[in-house]
Structure formats: structure tokens, C-alpha cells
Design a protein around this ligand. Structure first.
Ligand SMILES: [Zn+2]
Length: 317
């Protein structure tokens, strides 16, 4: 049976009808409104529009933030406050007339990569996505790890530098504060000031430097831009080394917009994993670029709607 996966992001809502084999039959996108009532309206509209003319057994919503699975709602979402506290299942099911579950967006994307992407040959996968923030998820023994309340797998908010920069979550020195796209931009602006004669410094004197500028300049060989990405990779690797020690994964997949930089970041991360993680885990874990791109959220959510249609283990637990 087909299922509908929805990826609710900070700027857009993507919904897709997905076959059991992971083929997207239809997809729609709507803007993400930042008022609770309009947000629910647009999610419902996206689901109904994409589902038209298709048979689907259920829907799973991948949403940013900390999930309270038993209540089917989001407790806290720093990048999308409008979604906080809405009883999403109660609000949406009468409109869409399909069973609905919710999942953290990072967990949904991890499940997508596990079922259809870079982790499809593995039983143990750690996935992180480097975007504006850092999301992630862990699959162990083929099971998505969610913790007692459904809010586990927040890999971006592991502290890796006690006195590091402040994170969007309020803590200091989270992985997200040091290796996200936001962190790349901040560090690039700092290094531009320290190296005014570099290509990075010259660009920064004309306009605001963005994450993608850093990758472009690094590819052209600019030392300052290269060191921004290498530093980012080192911080990422410190985080990943911890995950390798804890979870002993076969694959560590890294996705998100920042991965446009590919090995310019990952080579430094791999070095750090080899230095810091313990054998035999460190020798098994392959650090790879995720393969599904922006579709991992929709594919993973749809697969979760099918694999765990009622979220039973949580509701009965
Ligand atoms: Zn944080």
C-alpha cells in the first residue's frame, strides 16, 4: 500500500505519495505559514492535494523539534514555534480522513536513508543532516531509536565544546553551533576579518558571506575558505567519533545543504573519527555522504507511516 510522507520545514511543506519500494508517485509543495491555524490548514491541503487519485494507507508527518509521541505533538521547535503544542493528530485526521502519526524530521530522514538510501545495506546507521541547524537520527538493529518520549536522536545538540558559541537551543558548544550551515557562515565572517586579503576577505568587504560562497571559494583554492571547511569538518568529526563509540554503526551518513562541500568537510571529519573513536567500531564505520538529498524526509516519513502505522509501541508502552 502507498503511504503519504510529509516533510514540514521552516520555509516549505513537502508532501509525497510513496510506494513501498520508495518511488515518489506525486509530490506537492506549500509554503510554511508561521501561524498555527494556517500551518494546520496548509499541511492538510498538501496531504489532500497530493493524495488525490491515489490510494494511501496512512500519513506520517516529519516535523522539526522535540516530539511528545504519546500526545502526537511537538513540545518545542526553535525554528518553527507555530507547530508547538498543536494536537496534530486530532486536528488533521478529521480533515484528511487517514490515520496520521508524527515523527521528528531528522528521525524521518534517517529512516529514509536507512530504507532507500546510503544505509539500505546496513542494520546500524547514524545519520546527521547539516543545514541551518543539525538534525539526525539513529537506527540500531534495524529499529529507529526514539527514546522514552519520542524525542531522542537529537544528535545536533550534543555538547562538543564546553565554552563554544551559543546554540539556537540555548546551550553553548553544541555540534549544531559548530558544524551547521549557520556555523560555517559565522566562522567565515570571522576568518574574513582576520584575512582581509584572502578571496573570502575581499568578498566579505562587498557583501554578506553565505555558506555556499565558502564552498565556491574553497574549490577555487582560497586558503581562508578552505580552513573554514576544515575546521567545520574537525568539529563534525569530534561529534561523529562520539556517535561511533556509542552506536557502533556500519554507516555514518552526512546529508544537508552543507554537504555540497563534500570531502572538503568530510576528509577532516574522517581523520577526527580515526583519531578519537575506539577500535573496532572506528574501523567498521564508513563516513559517507547521504544519497537521497532533500527527498529523505518525505521518503522516510512515508516508510514510517507504513512500517509503524499506529506507533503502537509508544502508545502501549
Ligand atoms: Zn543546541
Amino acid at each position: 500500500m502507498n503511504a503519504i510522507g510529509v516533510d514540514v520545514g521552516g520555509t516549505k511543506i513537502a508532501a509525497g505519495v510513496v510506494t513501498p519500494e520508495g518511488e515518489i508517485l506525486d509530490e506537492v509543495r506549500y509554503p510554511t505559514p508561521h501561524s498555527p491555524r494556517k500551518l494546520v490548514e496548509n499541511i492538510a491541503r498538501a496531504i489532500m492535494e497530493v493524495g488525490e487519485g491515489h490510494e494511501a494507507g496512512g500519513v506520517c508527518l516529519g516535523v522539526p523539534g522535540l516530539i511528545l509521541a504519546r500526545e502526537n505533538k511537538v513540545a518545542y521547535s526553535p525554528n518553527l514555534h507555530a507547530v508547538e503544542g498543536i494536537p496534530l493528530k486530532d486536528e488533521l485526521e478529521p480533515k484528511i480522513k487517514l490515520p496520521l502519526t508524527i515523527e521528528n524530521d531528522g528521525n524521518a530522514a534517517a529512516w529514509g536513508e536507512f530504507r532507500f538510501g546510503v544505509g539500505s545495506e546496513a542494520d546500524h546507521l547514524v545519520f546527521v543532516t547539516l543545514g541551518t541547524g543539525i538534525g539526525g537520527g539513529v537506527v540500531s538493529h534495524g529499529v529507529l531509536m526514539r527514546g522514552a518520549q519520542g524525542s531522542g536522536g537529537e544528535l545536533g545538540h550534543v555538547t562538543i565544546h564546553a565554552t563554544g558559541p551559543r546554540c539556537a537551543c540555548g546551550n553553548h558548544g553544541c555540534l549544531e553551533a559548530l558544524a551547521s550551515g549557520t556555523a560555517v557562515g559565522r566562522r567565515a565572517r570571522e576568518l574574513a576579518v582576520e584575512n582581509p586579503d584572502s578571496a573570502l576577505g575581499r568578498l566579505a568587504s562587498r557583501r554578506q558571506v553565505l555558506g555556499e560562497d565558502v564552498t565556491d571559494l574553497a574549490r577555487q583554492g582560497d586558503e581562508a575558505a578552505l580552513s573554514v571547511l576544515e575546521e567545520t569538518g574537525r568539529w563534525l568529526g569530534i561529534g561523529l567519533a562520539g556517535f561511533v563509540n556509542i552506536f557502533n554503526p556500519e554507516v555514518v551518513a552526512v546529508g544537508g545543504g552543507v554537504m555540497e562541500a563534500g570531502d572538503l568537510i568530510l576528509d577532516a571529519a574522517r581523520k577526527e573519527v580515526l583519531l578519537r573513536a575506539r577500535p573496532p567500531s572506528r574501523d567498521l564505520a564508513e563516513v559517507k555522504v547521504a544519497t537521497l538529498g532533500a527527498r529523505s524526509g518525505v521518503l522516510g516519513a512515508a516508510a514510517l507511516a507504513r512500517d509503524e502505522p499506529s506507533g503502537e509501541y509508544l502508545l502501549d508502552g
